[in-house]
Design a binder for this molecule. Structure first.
Ligand code: IVH
Length: 664
């Protein structure tokens, strides 16, 4: 039975909200990202056809279409207080004594939570709808960040269930998961933008962007941990309020625990010292709260922080070590990066031996030298960095690092980027640069050539067997076995892995080329948009820059790359060697291969986008205009000029039923 239009829209919204909830609140997703995206795409399509049916709380309305002018202020209905910190068990026991004294009783329990390292926001729901979101600011007045917070899928635009209070303020932490943080910094590095020091700064920076479309791409998330103003209380204690939050569709951290007394609370805190590294997000400590609200009121607050709540901060995860040497490495785009090597030291769950010093301005700022004792930290618990040089411990006669005068690898000329911090090797034939580029090409996120490791790549380049990407595909088993430490079996495996990589899809191939500013994310966008390598090669700068999320800098970089005679020659050689570079991520059958189809009019059992997707999945090509080259026109109801043109040109017209039979 075909649903009517409005029913389908309502159903899709309900499903999307349900899946958001399964993912963020219940931690139990039922569908893949791809399936989610297709529900979303269908809803968008339907709403585009009937804009009058769009509501503010539709999942498609999370991201506003244009940037905002600035951030207005919001005065908090109830002050947003801070929390006092403690750093050890003794201080926690003192807190407990104060609580017992204040309550004149031992009859109370604690709730112990993770202290999420992000930034606090107050979400205000009126009649179940999200009406505003504000940062803490000075505690009394914060910034109105509603447009940006609406883009966070863990924040429901409407409360679930029934029986919510007319006014409900939920407070919680907006945070950026560790992986998203590392990925964001990777992309920023690729784009040669400044890096965020930690996930908290990244989250704060992302909430303070004027363009919610960019915030939407930052993968922020949210956990609720307190109430602000409420017209009717949800429960008489904190723990039950959190459980009620969950029922209303608000994401609550799953690791909330009750503790009967301070010893139990201390034990829970201690348990998280090491386990915190297993979490997907960064936590900087624990928060301990008296559970019952009546007891919280008795304890009250100092102007700054409540007396019923305390944070236990994990010891700053820093390690002291010695810089044994500073290397200068040349990267795949020629950038010279100073890297500090350390005496190995254990930090945040792993052994650390080196850290990038990013660029020579950073070396000068830190004034870090060989032989120095330094303190290191891990940004986002992942990326090791030097945070401080212990100058008091500096050895006599130490010398500041000199700026390089030539490429440490090829000894070619170098130059500092115009207005930039990077120093670059200018030699396009620099072997060091090429080795890095080749490692990147073969890497897991690119062509994924399993048995082609870093040391083999170095050998292949050093002996002159591989001078460009295409040479890889010309390697023979005999050439490989002639190399040092290369047995016949390994040589076979390498050849097989190289052979296998020929079938990698277009986006991986594009990403593998190492075009400046183009990482795997932008490569995927380009592949999806253009559908073939040829179309990307042919595109002019304006067309490229017009693609969603591909800015002018990327567009110029791609355009220039495909106009460079050397790159073009190598790409043609790669294709001639059998590298396919086909966009096939969506292909499910071959029944429409070689066919170009135009879709027009209103279809009954599917939207036009679904029909287009089905065409692509069957290997066909979708076109928006009818010409002699069009194989079929799929015409629904009220098809207009495209149908007329098809008839005039003698192009075969098919209806929905025929189309469905065709694609099976
Ligand atoms: S409760 C009055 N619970 O830590 C108490 N705060 O250092 C309100 N934070 O401003 C806050 N995780 O941004 C609470 N589970 C948690 C938390 C948490 C992180 C943040 C919050 C607060 C800051 C204080």
């Amino acid at each position: 039975m075909a649903e009517n239009f409005q029913e389908r829209i309502a159903k899709l919204r309900q499903e999307i909200v349900r899946h958001d909830r399964l993912y963020y609140v219940d931690n139990a997703p039922e569908i893949s990202d791809g399936q989610y995206d297709s529900l979303f795409a269908e809803l968008k399509e339907l709403e585009a056809e009937r804009p009058e049916l769009v509501t503010a709380d539709s999942p498609t309305q999370r991201v506003s279409e244009r940037p905002i002018d600035g951030f207005a202020s919001i005065r908090h209905a109830a002050a947003m207080l801070s929390i006092d910190n403690t750093y050890n068990a003794d201080e926690l026991r003192k807190f407990d004594e104060r609580v017992r004294k204040g309550l004149e009783s031992d009859d109370f329990e604690y709730v112990v939570e993770l202290k999420i390292d992000g930034l606090a926001v107050n979400l205000r729901y009126e009649e179940g709808k999200l009406v505003s979101a504000a940062t803490r600011g000075d505690g009394a007045v914060g910034d109105d960040v509603t447009s940006n917070v609406r883009t966070i899928r863990a924040v429901p635009l409407s409360l679930a269930g029934v029986g919510w209070p007319g006014v409900l303020e939920a407070r919680g932490e907006v945070y950026m998961p560790k992986k998203s943080f590392a990925r964001l910094n990777e992309l920023r590095q690729e784009a040669e933008e400044s890096l965020f020091a930690n996930p908290r700064n990244a989250a704060a920076g992302s909430l303070k962007l004027l363009d919610p479309r960019i915030t939407a791409g930052r993968n922020l998330s949210f956990f609720a941990y307190a109430t602000g103003q409420v017209s009717e209380g949800l429960a008489d204690n904190h723990y039950d309020s959190l459980m009620a939050f969950k029922k209303l569709g608000l994401a609550v951290n799953p690791n909330v625990q009750k503790a009967k007394n301070i010893n139990e609370a201390i034990e829970i805190c201690a348990g998280w010292h090491e386990r915190r590294y297993e979490l997907d997000y960064q936590v900087d400590g624990m928060v301990i709260k008296v559970n019952r609200y009546d007891q919280q009121s008795i304890l009250g607050s100092t102007g700054r922080a409540p007396r019923w709540c305390i944070s236990y901060k994990f010891p700053a995860e820093r390690a002291k070590t010695v810089v044994t040497s500073i290397d200068v490495q040349v990267g795949k785009s020629g950038i010279l990066t100073p890297v500090a090597n350390f005496e190995p030291v254990q930090l945040a769950g792993t052994m650390v031996k080196r850290a990038s010093l990013h660029n020579f301005d950073e070396v000068a700022r830190l004034d870090v030298r060989e032989g120095d004792s330094v303190l290191i930290e891990k940004a986002g618990e992942i990326i090791p960095q030097v945070v401080e040089v212990l100058k008091d411990e500096r050895l006599d006669g130490s010398k500041a690092l000199e700026l390089p005068v030539e490429c440490p690898n090829c000894h070619g000329a170098i130059a500092r980027d115009e207005n930039g911090v990077y120093i670059r090797c200018l030699n396009p034939e620099c072997g060091g640069q090429f080795k890095e580029l080749l490692k990147y090409f073969a890497g897991r996120d690119q062509m994924d050539i399993e048995n082609l490791g870093a040391s083999l790549i170095e050998q292949l380049v050093d002996v002159g067997l591989v001078k460009n990407f295409a040479d890889l595909y010309k390697l023979t088993k005999e050439q490989l076995t002639a190399l040092e430490r290369m047995a016949e079996k390994s040589a076979d495996n390498v050849i097989k892995a190289i052979e296998k990589s020929k079938a990698q899809p277009l986006w991986r191939f594009l990403a593998a080329l190492g075009i400046r500013h183009i990482g795997s994310q932008s490569a995927q966008i380009l592949a999806e948009h253009f559908g073939s390598l040829q179309a990307i090669r042919d595109a002019d700068e304006e067309t490229l820059a017009g693609v969603d999320q591909i800015g002018p800098v990327m567009a110029k970089s791609i355009y220039d790359y495909f106009r460079n005679a050397d790159s073009v020659k190598i790409i043609d050689e790669l294709l001639a060697a059998g590298v396919k570079a086909e966009h096939e991520s969506m292909r499910k059958s071959d029944v429409l291969v070689g066919k170009t189809i135009v879709v027009t009019g209103t279809l009954e059992t599917m939207t036009r986008d679904q029909a287009k997707q089905a065409i692509v999945e069957a290997g066909g090509k979708v076109s928006s205009s009818v010409s002699k080259k069009t194989d079929y026109v799929l015409a629904g109801k009220e098809a207009g000029s495209k149908l007329d043109k098809a008839v005039a040109l003698g192009v075969t017209v098919i209806d929905e039923q025929q189309f469905i039979e065709m694609i099976g």
